[in-house]
Design a protein around this ligand. Structure first.
Ligand code: ZN
Length: 130
């Protein structure tokens, strides 16, 4: 499934857990895996805490400290920091499906990670039956 997403900030994490969970439910697949894939070079996807929003804020701020928007970069487009952050975070994540549900920990959520927004973005959800 292809999903469209409109990010609204230069850097933000958007919780897409419900979108992925809905795709899993609609697939009627009880056991398998789901892959979430982001086809961009300045955005990514990760799994982390979705209970305390300060965690996401801390991740973004710490990445910004280590890989600031302005730095000693050569890439002419001026968004090297976003390319670096996207590579570190990664372009895909995999979650196990058990009894028709995402096998996420209590505090885990799936985040689309924007590093060079705001932009129109997309991600894929691929469900594979066991
Ligand atoms: Zn670039």
């Amino acid at each position: 499934m292809l999903h469209q997403l409109r990010t609204t900030k230069p850097q933000e994490f958007i919780d897409i857990t419900d979108i992925v969970a809905t795709d899993v439910r609609n697939s009627n697949i009880k056991d398998g895996i789901v892959v979430v894939y982001v086809p961009h070079t300045t955005a990514g996807v990760t799994i982390n805490e979705n209970a305390d929003s300060d965690v996401v804020r801390d991740i973004i701020n710490t990445l910004e400290k280590v890989y600031p928007v302005r730095g000693d970069y050569r890439h002419l487009e001026g968004n090297s920091h976003a390319h670096i952050k996207a590579s570190l975070i990664g372009s895909s994540c995999t979650v196990i499906i058990k009894e028709g549900r995402l096998l996420l920990g209590t505090w885990q959520g799936i985040y689309f990670c924007e590093f060079d927004g705001p932009r129109q973005r997309e991600f894929y959800v691929k469900i594979i039956k066991e």
